[in-house]
Design a protein around this ligand. Structure first.
Ligand code: ATP
Ligand code: MG
Length: 451
């Protein structure tokens, strides 16, 4: 298959130079898959039958970083950084973890055969020919994630390949090959020693994929192994006119409607996790989930901490989960209070969470509820653009101004500032220094007395 592939100069020169020295060299893995699919590769990996020391020697006029000599990888800096890896097969696997050591081989086919999926097991030579022993081109065209070899063997060697399969299917919008899927669906444990960080990395890429909801549906057993706290959502009926799906299906639909933003989608994954533990029925047999966000929030924190997410994203996601059920009101004062409480970026995400949540419910009052969210979003923009004061930062006085007129640093100073801000947001006080100080002055004695 000849084609005019668009390959960066550096990569092309590295291939050519290795060939000149009598070695085989190919682009391999993700970049070949992306080229075949007409996507733009984000990194370019090269494989060769030259040994690492030979690669170092051949590129001694270039900057060479001995990234992973043990694994056969050196990085060559040639108008960009390229990883050049010697053909290898993986040594013994222990309990589905990464191989302890690798073995260099001389045959490209062997190197390609150890790769996870057919779409990731193609190579592209300097002549523009694709080497495709396992049907990667055809699977890319058919949009299928298929194991190289038998799924049981390949997933048995490395459990994380399961999460990788789900991630590729989600991100590329592919289906799983039937045999690959049926093996994944039969998996019922995670072996010891699988890195939480690597599960996390796959999960967060997976959740923003175009096919995230469908893959999580098909492979829910894997999701529930990673986050057993979510299992009770599955099949939990809501018995409510506002819902047409069980809690888990509703969650998946909400993810599907959401923009492909990691924080928003993770929040939707967890938003109703507390529902199964807050269910009650009224006298008409209608289901209610009073206070469920407060139960979902700790579940979200537990799962995300266990998967070693950074604190910053845990806080953001947990905040969205906690407030996902918010009823938006379109009054200016309310909006300014919201801006003060959540911050603008968080409010934007909350709007997406809220709208996706409503989209995934029944049609009862749905358009009215969505219209309200839309109106809130427009009003928010309007209030924001009008540069009105909604946070301490915008207030015409600060702590120092209050200290100047006699307040003492401490908690009462903060309380005074908050009181001023509330009055300004409510429109009871103008946001002017003189007016605010005049208002604060009578509190001076009280505040000193209290300290
Ligand atoms: P992307 O970088 O877009 O996430 P990629 O396919 O480049 O996708 P990498 O994790 O960078 O994925 O791995 C590069 C290549 O190494 C893969 O294309 C695949 O051929 C091989 N590979 C990576 N991880 C595994 C694994 N766990 N088992 C088998 N082969 C793997
Ligand atoms: Mg890659």
């Amino acid at each position: 298959m000849q084609h005019n592939w668009s390959i960066p100069d550096g990569a092309s020169r590295i291939l050519a130079r290795l060939n000149q020295y009598g070695y085989e060299a190919y682009l391999v893995g993700g970049c070949v898959r992306d080229l075949v699919m007409g996507r733009k590769p984000h990194d370019w990996d090269i494989c060769t039958n030259a040994k690492p020391e030979q690669v170092v020697d051949i590129f001694k006029d270039k900057h060479v970083i001995e990234t992973g000599l043990k694994h056969g990888t050196v990085s060559v800096v040639y108008d960009g950084v390229y990883e050049v890896t010697t053909y290898r097969i993986d040594g013994e696997y222990e309990d589905g973890r990464h191989p302890k050591k690798v073995e260099f081989v001389s045959d490209l086919r062997e190197d390609l055969a150890r790769r996870d999926f057919t779409i990731n097991a193609m190579a592209l030579g300097h002549d523009g020919n694709i080497i495709d022993f396992f049907g990667g081109v055809s699977d890319a065209n058919k949009r299928i994630v298929r194991c190289v070899g038998r799924p049981a063997d390949r997933f048995g060697e490395d459990w994380l390949r399961i999460m990788r399969a789900m991630r590729f299917a989600s991100v590329l919008g592919f289906d799983m090959d039937a045999e690959t899927l049926s093996y994944i669906q039969s998996v019922n444990y995670i072996p010891n020693g699988i890195s939480a960080e690597r599960i996390q990395a796959e999960l967060r890429k997976m959740v923003v994929g175009i096919n995230a909801a469908e893959i999580l549906r098909q492979c829910k057993n894997i999701l529930f192994l990673v986050a057993p706290e979510l299992r009770d959502m599955d099949g939990f009926h809501q018995n409510s006119p506002y819902h047409i799906y069980d809690v888990f299906e509703h969650t998946l639909h909400a993810i599907d409607y959401a923009p492909r933003n990691e924080t928003v989608r993770l929040a939707l994954l967890f938003h109703d996790a507390g529902k199964p533990y807050s269910y009650s029925e009224d006298e008409n047999g209608v289901g209610h989930f009073y206070g469920h966000p407060a139960l979902s929030e700790p579940i979200c924190r537990d799962v995300m901490s266990r998967l070693r997410f950074e604190n910053r994203i845990i806080e953001d996601v947990a905040h969205l989960v906690k407030y996902h059920d918010i009823t938006f009101n379109c009054e200016r004062t309310y909006i300014k209070r919201c801006l003060n409480k959540h911050g603008r970026d968080m409010l934007h995400m909350l709007i997406f969470v809220r709208a996706s949540d409503i989209y995934a419910q029944s049609t009862v009052n749905q358009s009215e509820r969505l219209a309200k969210v839309r109106l809130f979003s427009e009003m928010l923009q309007y209030v924001y653009d009008s540069n009105e004061c909604f946070s301490l930062r915008d207030l015409a006085v600060n702590g120092n101004d209050l200290i100047q007129i006699g307040f003492k640093p401490g908690p009462n100073l903060g309380k005074m500032l908050s009181m001023l801000l509330e009055n300004v947001i409510d429109g009871k006080l103008k946001n002017e220094k003189e007016t605010l100080l005049e208002f604060a002055l009578p509190y001076l004695t009280v505040s000193q007395f209290l300290m």
